[in-house]
Write a protein that binds this ligand. Structure first.
Ligand code: ADP
Ligand code: SF4
Length: 670
C-alpha cells in the first residue's frame, strides 16, 4: 500500500548543521546493556533500526574518558583508537541504510561508578558520588576543567574518525554537565553562582566540540526543559533562561526533562507525549531543530506535534525497540502493523543488569547478531508438520504468529472466552491498560494468517490432544499463583494458609471481591502485589501491603519506577509494612514478623492476598512425556515475565525443524 499522504511531512529531510537527516524519525541515544563490551551485538541491533527507516540512529551514552566509567553498566566508550574501530562497525552498518549516525559523548561526573577505572569521580564541588557509595567527587579545579575540554575534543575527533554525523554534548540526566548547570553547584568562581556562570561549562564544551569537528559533524545538545518531571515540583524558568542563552550555538536541541523516571516513565504513570506541555516552548526560543521523545507509537500524534511546531524530529527510544520498523510501516501504509511499545520498561532492565536489552513486544531485540533474528523476517517452515498450541496467552499467541509466518498449519485452542491469557486479565488492573497491546498486535497478525485457526472456550485435555493428532503439540497453559505462601522468603507453607480468608492474585483477577481490611503480602517483588493493593484500595477497602523487602515492589528499581510506585501507594492511603514476613495466618488476621529481630505482632485482616510464587500448569504436558512430540513454553515451562513468555513462544517457533544445537546456542563476542 502507498503511504497515506497525510504522513508525507514525517518523511521530509531535516538539515542539522552540516548534515541532513533523511526524514524526521530520530532514534535518540538509549542505553542497550551492550556497550563497548559487545560491539557486534550493538552494530547489528542499530543497523536493524536504520533498515526499519529511522533516519537517524544514535549510540547510547558513550564515555569520553576513564574518569567516567560506569561498570558494571555497559556504556559505549571512545577512550582510544580501538574504540574507534568498534564504533565504526555500528556507523558503517547504519550508513548502509542511508541513515545518519549520532554519538552521545558522556561524562558522568558524580553519576558514574568508576569501580573499574578506579579514577576519582569529578564534579563542580565535592559531593557524594556513585550509587549510594561511600565516595565523593573531587572538586574540579581549573586544570580539571581544561582537561575535560581536551577529553571532549579528543573524543569528538575520534567520533568523527569513526564516521559519526552527529556528536552530542550531553547535558542532561544528572551527569557532569547537569551537575554544573544545577543550583546544587556550589562553586564560587566563574563556573558557579549565576545562570550564566553555571551554563559556562556547557557553552565552552559546545564551542570546543564545534571547533574540533563542527565542519563535518552536527553538534547536538541533550538538555532538560524542566527541573523535575511534569507532575513534580518543577521549574521551566531556569532551563528556559539557559536555552535562551545558548539558543543558536548547537545545531540541534534534544530535549527531555530532568526527572529521568518521568522522561522514560512507564505507561502505568506517564501517557504518550507526556513531555509535550513541559517542552512545547523550546522551539520559540531557538531557530535550531528540536527533537524530543514521548513514547510515540501513534503516527497521528507524531504528525500533530510536528505540525504544531512542538518538534522537528520525532524522537524515540522505546518505540524503536518495540518496533524497529515503525517508519517503514508508515511509509508503506501499514500503520496498523506497528507493534506498539507497552511502556513496561523491561528494556531498561537490560542496562540495569549489565545484559543486552530485552523487549516484551519484540522478542528479537538483542538477538540480531548472536542469533541472527530479524524483527520482520523469519525463515519459512522446515517441514509440513501441523502444530497444536494449547493456551492463548502471550507465549501461545507469539508461537502461533511466528509459526504462522513460517507457513506451518497451526491450531490454537484457548480455554477462556478471550485470548491473551494473563495479559488480558492484568491489563484490567489500574495503570496496565496498554499491556493489552501484547495481545492486540498478535491478534491483528493472526487475522492475516489463513494457516492459523484458533478456537476459544476450548479446554484441551489428553483425549482431545490424541484425537486432534497434530504432528507437534506445544503446551502454553501458563501458571497459577500459589495459595500456600511458598516463595522467595518461605521454603515451606505459611501456617494457616488453608484459612478461607486467603486469596491469590488469580482470585482477584478472576473477579473475587475480598472483605476488608485486606493484607496484601508481596513476596514476589515485581509489580503485581502493588497493583493489586492499588486495585483493592480503589474498590474502597482498607489495605495494608506487607513485604519482606525494604521497599514496595523492589524489583521495579530495574524498570525505573519503584520510587513512583511507592509514592503512589502511599498517596493512595495504603499502609506499608516493609522488612516483614508472615509467620502465621489466622482467621481474622495474620502474625507478622520483623525479618531482622523476629519480633511478632498481630495485624487484623478479613482477607489475606498471598502474592508469593506460581505453579506451572504442566499436567497436560506430563500426561504425555515421551509418547508424542510435545513441548512446553512460557509460564508453563518456567513462570516469568510477559517478556519471557513472548520470547519463549518465539524461540520455540524459530527453532522448529532447525538443526538441533547442543552447547552454546548463540554467538559470543570474544
Ligand atoms: P503464558 O504467559 O505462558 O502465555 P498465560 O497464563 O498468560 O501463560 O496463558 C495461558 C493460557 O492458557 C490462558 O489463557 C489459559 O486460559 C490457557 N489454558 C490453560 N489451560 C488450558 C487448557 N487445558 N486448554 C486450553 N487453554 C488452556
Ligand atoms: Fe516498550 Fe516494554 Fe519493549 Fe521497552 S520492553 S520497548 S517499554 S514494550
Amino acid at each position: 500500500m502507498p503511504r497515506d499522504p497525510r504522513f508525507d511531512i514525517l518523511f521530509e529531510p531535516v538539515p542539522i548543521g552540516p548534515v541532513t537527516a533523511p526524514n524526521r524519525f530520530y532514534q535518540v541515544p538509549h542505553a542497550t546493556g551492550m556497550g563497548s563490551r559487545r560491539p557486534q551485538t550493538l552494530a547489528a541491533m542499530r543497523a536493524v533500526k536504520a533498515e526499519g527507516g529511522w533516519g537517524t540512529v544514535c549510540t547510547g551514552y558513550c564515555s569520553i574518558h576513564p574518569s567516567s566509567d560506569d561498570e558494571p553498566f555497559p556504556s559505549d566508550t571512545l577512550w582510544d583508537d580501538h574504540d574507534v574501530s568498534s564504533l565504526a562497525m555500528m556507523v558503517d552498518r547504519v550508513h548502509e541504510h542511508g541513515a545518519l549516525a549520532g554519538v552521545e559523548l558522556w561524562h558522568g561526573g558524580a553519576g558514574s561508578q568508576n569501580f573499574y577505572s578506579r579514577e576519582p569521580h569529578i564534579g563542580p564541588s565535592s559531593l557524594p558520588a556513585g550509587v549510594w557509595g561511600p565516595v565523593q567527587t573531587k572538586a574540579m579545579d581549573k586544570r580539571d576543567i581544561r582537561d575535560l575540554k581536551q577529553w571532549y575534543r579528543e573524543a569528538a575527533i575520534r567520533a568523527e574518525r569513526a564516521g559519526f554525523d552527529i556528536v552530542y554534548v550531553y547535558a542532561a540526566h544528572w551527569y557532569l554537565i547537569l551537575q554544573f548547570l544545577a543550583p546544587s553547584n556550589q562553586r564560587t568562581d566563574e563556573y558557579g553562582g549565576s545562570v550564566e556562570n553555571r551554563a559556562r561549562l556547557l557553552k565552552e564544551l559546545i564551542l570546543e566540540t564545534k571547533e574540533a569537528v563542527g565542519d563535518t559533524c552536527a553538534i547536538a545538545v541533550r538538555f532538560s526543559a524542566s527541573t523535575g518531571g511534569p507532575d513534580d515540583d518543577q521549574d521551566t524558568a531556569e532551563p528556559r533562561e539557559m536555552i535562551e542563552l545558548l539558543a543558536e550555538l548547537p545545531d540541534l536541541w534534544d530535549i527531555g526533562v530532568r526527572d529521568y523516571r518521568y522522561e522514560m516513565g512507564t505507561s502505568r504513570f506517564v501517557p504518550e507525549a507526556g513531555l509535550e506541555k513541559t517542552m512545547s516552548w523550546v522551539k520559540s526560543v531557538t531557530t535550531k531543530p528540536v527533537v524530543s521523545v514521548g513514547r510515540f507509537t501513534s503516527p497521528d500524534t507524531m504528525l500533530r506535534l510536528v505540525r504544531q511546531g512542538v518538534i522537528d524530529l520525532v524522537g524515540a527510544a522505546r518505540p524503536s525497540i518495540a518496533d524497529p520498523f515503525i517508519p517503514r510501516k508508515i511509509d508503506e501504509g501499514r500503520e496498523d502493523e506497528i507493534r506498539e511499545c507497552i511502556g513496561c520498561n523491561i528494556c531498561y532492565t537490560g542496562d540495569q543488569t549489565g545484559t543486552p536489552i530485552r523487549c516484551t513486544q519484540n522478542p528479537t531485540m538483542g538477538e540480531e547478531w548472536r542469533k541472527g533474528w530479524h524483527p520482520e523476517h523469519i525463515p519459512t517452515k522446515g517441514s509440513d508438520s501441523s502444530v497444536l498450541i494449547v493456551g492463548g496467552g502471550p507465549s501461545g499467541l507469539e508461537a502461533a504468529v511466528a509459526l504462522g509466518k513460517r507457513g506451518y498449519a497451526v491450531t490454537l485452542a484457548e480455554a477462556r472466552r478471550q485470548l491473551g491469557g494473563r495479559v488480558s486479565l492484568e491489563s484490567e488492573l489500574p495503570g496496565l491498560r496498554q499491556w493489552a497491546r501484547v495481545r492486540d498486535w498478535r491478534l491483528n497478525q493472526l487475522s492475516k494468517l489463513s494457516n492459523v485457526q484458533y478456537y476459544l472456550e476450548s479446554v484441551v485435555d489428553r483425549e482431545q490432544v490424541l484425537e486432534y493428532a497434530a504432528d507437534r503439540v506445544v503446551v502454553a497453559t501458563g501458571a497459577t499463583w500459589r495459595r500456600d505462601g511458598i516463595g522467595r522468603s518461605h521454603g515451606q507453607e505459611i501456617p494457616g494458609w488453608q484459612t478461607p480468608s486467603v486469596m491469590t492474585p488469580d482470585d482477584v483477577l478472576g473477579g473475587a471481591v475480598p472483605d476488608g481490611p485486606v493484607v496484601v503480602y508481596d513476596d514476589d517483588h515485581y509489580y503485581i502485589g502493588g497493583v493489586i493493593a492499588e486495585k483493592l484500595r480503589g474498590d474502597g477497602l482498607e489495605v495494608m501491603l506487607v513485604t519482606p523487602a525494604n521497599e514496595v515492589s523492589t524489583w521495579t528499581n530495574h524498570t525505573a519506577e519503584q520510587h513512583r510506585i511507592q509514592k503512589h501507594i502511599l498517596n493512595l492511603g495504603i499502609q506499608v509494612k516493609t522488612g516483614t514476613s508472615l509467620s502465621e495466618i489466622r482467621s481474622g488476621g495474620v502474625i507478622a514478623e520483623c525479618i531482622y529481630t523476629g519480633r511478632t505482632e498481630e495485624i487484623l485482616a478479613s482477607t489475606v492476598v498471598l502474592v508469593t510464587s506460581r505453579v506451572p500448569q504442566d499436567d497436560l504436558y506430563y500426561s504425555f512425556r515421551d509418547e508424542i512430540d510435545i513441548e512446553r513454553i512460557g509460564d508453563c515451562l518456567a513462570p516469568g515475565t510477559i517478556a519471557t513468555s513472548v520470547y519463549s513462544g518465539h524461540k520455540y517457533a524459530r527453532e522448529m525443524d532447525a538443526a538441533s544445537q547442543l552447547g552454546v546456542p548463540f554467538l559470543r563476542e570474544r
